[in-house]
Design a binder for this molecule. Sequence first.
Ligand code: ZN
Length: 601
Amino acid sequence: MKRISSRTVEEVNSKVDMVEIVGEYTRLEKRGGNWWGCCPFHNEKTPSFNIMPEKNLYHCFGCGVSGTVISFVMEMEKLSFTEAVESLARKNGIEVIYEGSGEIRKDEKKDNIRELLMDLYDRTAGMFHFFLTESKNGKEALDYIKGRSVDEETIKKFKLGFAPKNRNWLYGFLTSKGYSSEFLASSGLFSRKYPTLCVFAGRIIFPIADRKGRIVAFGGRILSGEGPKYINSGDLPQYKKGETLFGFNLALPEIRATKSVILCEGYMDVLAWHQAGICNAVAPLGTAFTPEQAKLAHSFAETAFLCFDTDTAGQKASYAAILLCRKTGMETRIVDIKGSGFADCKDPADILKNHGAEALKKVLEMSILDVDYLILNAGSSFDLGTPGGKAQACGYVFPYLEVIDSDVLMESVVSRISSAFGISGRALLSDFQKRNQPSNRREMTESNPPAGKRKIKPGAELRAMLAAASNMQFFPQVRNEISADDLEDPAAKDIFIILEECFRNDTVGFDAVLERCREDNLRSIIMQAYASGEFSENADKVITDSIKLIKKNVLEKKKAGLIARIRLAPVSDGSYGGHDVPDMMSQIREIDEKLKDLKDA
Ligand code: ZN
């Protein structure tokens, strides 16, 4: 097998500008004769990654990595030595000289497959794009996309495509071009069970590119008929979906220029922002936002704008994303589409379509700081008029305080939160610190368990959610009757939210439920319930009975709250905190009626 000559290696090491190469991954600043930046290999907020240009070497004082431009490219782009040298040489006009027949490297075969797969995806994307833009086959899809106000420039920019409805077509086309069935079976493009059927048939195709713009995977949206709304490529040798952001390659120039990134929900959102001329928008790929994606976004951005759904299911996702972004050190802001005043719009595409690009820019300007968003959420979820409600609200923001590691920021965050909750900053901080001491562990695990560590005790709520997770066809009934907020058991609540996400994405399989469940402990319980067949016959009854119990619980809690308030009410003017006693009494009567109905039903 070919081996690169040492002369070529030396030439690459001496001619290639390391500052330029590393600068594609992290922002560098010159101090003295050296360049400094935040290390691309480990998470940090203050630069300790150092480049010595004369020696063309890098060293990180944080994590200790060091090397040459070749080892840097190998590591960052997951390339073999040969590939890294070839790629650097190509870009810098250096002729590559090979020598001898050397040994066969073990990873040569693997590299080769990755290259071949990228070629395959590139070629297939080209065909799909042709079908969408040039062929009669793709007319319906094109009409649909244009109906969603995506213009031709955007279609071209994102190389959108259409996969023909004939599920055998792609297989026939590719084998006629000389691809073997063995290779195609490993490509992720075909059904595992029926290797000639393309998984993306009859779908609008959103090509997913790596940071260099090479197409490595696909997302496909159904056009009509049955099936999940979106299908996305799974992990492949050239693609890890948890480490990739849709649109990142196209967004990078603007992310660099503005030092900010917009993280949004899905493909169509990214298209809308870009079409409005706001080109720093990206999206995770059909999974929850991951730490790796946060790190990728942070490589050039100091500010993250989160533009996720802000309803109950979305709130949890937004909170998790806030924590991930803050952990990287990014300032984090929330863009609230539904609360932006455009009542007729549910996503960026709607705003672009109904009100134009300027309106979308305005929505971005109206973004609020993450801490203010959390304060608003706490205010609507807990009764800040009572000591108990205040304590709950504090528990809600504690995970956020945990990821703040600058004293200056902590001071301003604590002052904002404490004045909004009507408590002293000192009390907030002291409760927050106490929370991490052993004597308070128990309370903490109840209100805010650390992931993966909580004990799960099966009560009615959890049993109902497990039954629904094992039998997704019953979930529509569940969500008609109750919401996540009605559940007290945190594990049941989490499952509800997972099922709700699956429901909204039209992914109703049990696999989809597991995929969205990011907590090992919870996943194993769901799996156990499913595998044991515990709910295979009686799911209907378990769910109906539990819903009744849950509703009863909610009503009783509400009633207790009303009674507590009436007790506090000063008799003189018959009101307390804006609540009118006779009105509260009649609310209690209504609750009693409903409770009676539940009992009789
Ligand atoms: Zn480092």
